[in-house]
Design a protein around this ligand. Structure first.
Ligand code: NDP
Length: 297
């Protein structure tokens, strides 16, 4: 079997297009422009690239984009004051504090200081609790993007066996909650899981969020299963230079799976698209307007 390639780049473009249409309607009918503020502390090169592309795409869908860069040595009090200022700003509907933060700052404290209604990353403890209890919340972007692709490919996910490899708060745990919400039978695997290949072989859906390059191999995959590869890893090429690979070994998995997301061009582009979708959702909710269908969990 050769797997269907789930084109995250095209899917993300479609989602951004839908967000853009809703934003135009919000402006026309209600005079409201959704606003996203990103706070970047320090000079981490990867974070700078992410923030730049988030800002560009925010503007492309017609939203207001605000970027606050703070020095690496910023005090926790000053960072918290910035978050408070954005919480109080009625033109800002989404706030994202780019992680990781420098070591002297308490990330949990900072994230939990964001107004939960503006927490478009879905990391605030209130949103984590709401998602865990099946209530309306802001949903973390990477798992949300993965869920959207799965729903699009399968239609209903009800009754399918899903194995999520990874139990991080950012990806693994919320992904498992979302799959449970769609009535999958969910197993969460991690570094202490015994005989991971045989656990993965039970899965109709495999979500690889391991943080280790090309870990999930083709002979772990049940024929016809869907593989969502969340991983982003840069590895050396034998001929020199580097390339991006996922947490699944693409060639061997694609030979067995029914469908697979590539890296790059799979989950990655969906993450930013879902950040924009979350900002739109937050804006609609805060203004008491009907939120767009299909852009939330
Ligand atoms: P973390 O490092 O926080 O978590 C990795 C998880 O994988 C842990 O739960 C760990 O288990 C588990 N794990 C590690 N090694 C093994 C192993 N050998 N077998 C089984 N489980 C293992 O990573 P994140 O969740 O933050 O990210 C996961 C991947 O997703 C990374 O590659 C990251 O780059 C990527 N990512 C991609 C995004 C995107 O936009 N596409 C966004 C966010 C992340 P334990 O808990 O026991 O240590």
């Amino acid at each position: 079997m050769t797997a269907t390639v789930i084109d995250g780049k095209a899917f993300a473009a479609k989602v951004r297009g839908q967000v853009g249409e809703h934003v135009a309607k919000l402006k026309e009918e209600h005079g409201i422009t959704p606003g996203l503020a990103v706070v970047l502390v320090g000079e981490d090169p990867a974070s700078q690239v992410y923030v730049k592309s988030k800002g560009k795409m925010t503007v492309e869908v017609g939203m207001k984009s605000v970027e606050h860069r703070m020095d690496e040595t910023v005090s926790e009090a000053d960072l918290l004051a910035m978050v408070q200022k954005l919480n109080d700003d009625p033109t800002i509907h989404g706030i994202l504090v780019q992680l990781p933060l420098p070591g002297h700052l308490n990330s949990d404290l900072v994230i939990n200081s964001i107004d939960p209604a503006k927490d478009v990353d879905g990391f605030h403890i209130s949103n984590v609790g709401l998602l865990g209890t099946g209530q309306k919340s802001m949903v973390p972007c990477t798992p949300l993007g993965s869920l959207m692709m799965l729903r699009d490919h399968h239609g209903s996910l009800s009754g399918l066996n899903a194995v999520v490899i990874g139990r991080s708060n950012i990806v693994g745990k919320p992904m498992a909650q979302l799959l449970l919400g769609d009535s999958c039978t969910v197993t969460i695997a991690h570094s202490r899981t015994k005989d991971l290949p045989s656990v993965v072989r039970q899965a109709d859906i495999v979500v690889a969020a391991v943080g280790r390059p090309q870990t999930v191999l083709g002979d772990w995959i049940k024929p016809g299963a869907t593989v969502i590869d969340v991983g982003i890893n840069r590895i050396d090429k034998p001929e020199g230079g580097t390339r991006l690979v996922g947490d699944a070994d693409y060639e061997s998995c694609a030979a067995v799976a029914g469908a697979i997301t590539p890296v790059p061009g799979g989950v990655g582009p969906m993450t930013i698209a879902c950040l924009l979708a979350n900002t739109l959702t937050a804006c609609c909710r805060s203004n008491g307007l009907t939120e767009p269908e299909g852009l939330t969990a």
